[in-house]
Design a protein around this ligand. Sequence first.
Ligand code: FAD
Ligand code: 2HG
Ligand code: ZN
Length: 469
Amino acid sequence: MKQKELTSRLLHIVGEEGVVLNPADQEPYVNDWLGKAHGRTVAVVRPRNTTEVAAVMRLCHQTHTPVVPQGGNTGMSGGATPDMSGAQVVLSLNRMKRIHDVDPINNTLTADAGVILADIQQAARHVDRYFPLSLGAEGSCTIGGNLATNAGGTGVLRYGNTRDLTLGLEVVLPDGRVWNGLRALRKDNTGYDLKDLFIGSEGSLGIITGVVLKLFAAPAGRVTAWVGAQNLTNIVALLNRLQADCGPRLSAFEMMSAPSLALVTQQLPGHASPLDKTYPYYALIELADTNMSGVQDMLQAGLAVAIEDALIDDCVVAMSEAQSISMWKLREGISMAQVKAGKAVKHDIALPISSLARFAAEADQAVQDDFPGLPIINFGHIGDGNLHYNVLLPLDVAYEDYAKKTADLNKRIHDLVTQFNGSISAEHGVGTLRRDELRRYKSSVEMDLMIAIKRTLDPNQLMNPGKLL
Ligand code: FAD
Ligand code: 2HG
Ligand code: ZN
């Protein structure tokens, strides 16, 4: 079908406001925020509801038009960007923003996939409940994108990742059929768990259009602390101790190396370290409960013992919500500080928590030996074993040098991750960034199973081609 006919049929389905054809207006949809992924598109289509998504998918199925699903376009793996062919349709969920139901008795919330994560958190707060998925992009990422990448963030230690927070899904299949699995049940053993197939599938199997999420009791407050230590072994030992002492009250445990903190304080105005001296490693710790009585004392006592035992060198407990927010800003500023300072070669890795310190020591040595002088920006959600082990290349690095160094660094770091029985994609997804790496590290049996599922659900390979597989 000619492009003109395709776009006129798309216009017929979603109306004029629902199709973006002007190349200048398409810019935010065809480039990613990191400046790494660029593409072109026939049209950006913005349906208003599931019926329109289904009609668009039927049309794309009939016309063999490839589709790239997109939420907030905040992803870090190039998964939401079309390729350069100009033949792919970008299907944006950014007009599907309705929260359909909030049920504080069943502790569930039902919403369209295009709802911004912060709006879901807000809707939960409105009925005195809590939705714990939390990440730096929460003001612009969508719940559909969170589901498609099985996003992690800072609440995983206590509440699990997006998969753990999901009860039901609605999905439009590549041929336009709608699977309504919007069940608000905590038990449902009626066969294969289909929702788990789509969670983390990165737009490769269908369009997620709706979701039923779990809600939790709202914490009455939080206590935040910042600690400095000599090494990662001690930071992990502190994590282990606080988990034993505080149980589920420990709601976040984030780590930053000294170069990560220095990067933020240098690159972002108004960001200063909470401690006077510098230390090789820092942790940001948070405790929260539905009854905060005694919680601050508990954290202070735990940290005092950790200082006595020389596990940590110094610490500060936030005395106000404002202090707590400024500690979190330091942690959440690391991504933006990297963009300002250089071109980060990102390794979003998961490891057994018991191996984190040994891995980091070996990886640091490997980078120093083979790539001398490159800054290592190591930080992450170590409470759940997730490191963002990034290596920073200069902003003006030539493209060829960037591509070569990226490939060499990826091999060096990911080989080591595999030796430690880790994963090369913890929370950001595979997209195009790690697609070739995935083939190297997954067994042929695992790859065969994934390809078989893809072929069954998307036999014409129209869903997000070139991503993940
Ligand atoms: P997009 O970027 O639009 O899409 C991501 C992928 O999902 C693509 O493959 C796309 O095709 C697919 N997709 C999107 N919507 C749908 C849908 N409705 N149906 C089917 N497929 C779909 N991620 C973390 O996990 N943890 C973090 O701590 C974290 N911190 C971040 C901090 C910052 C400052 C930024 C900018 C990003 C961060 N991210 C983090 C990455 C990103 O925000 C998440 O991956 C998020 O889940 C992506 O949501 P999105 O709506 O922007 O999806
Ligand atoms: C975070 O934890 C994000 O801040 C981004 O997942 C990590 O910039 C990164 O590599
Ligand atoms: Zn992260």
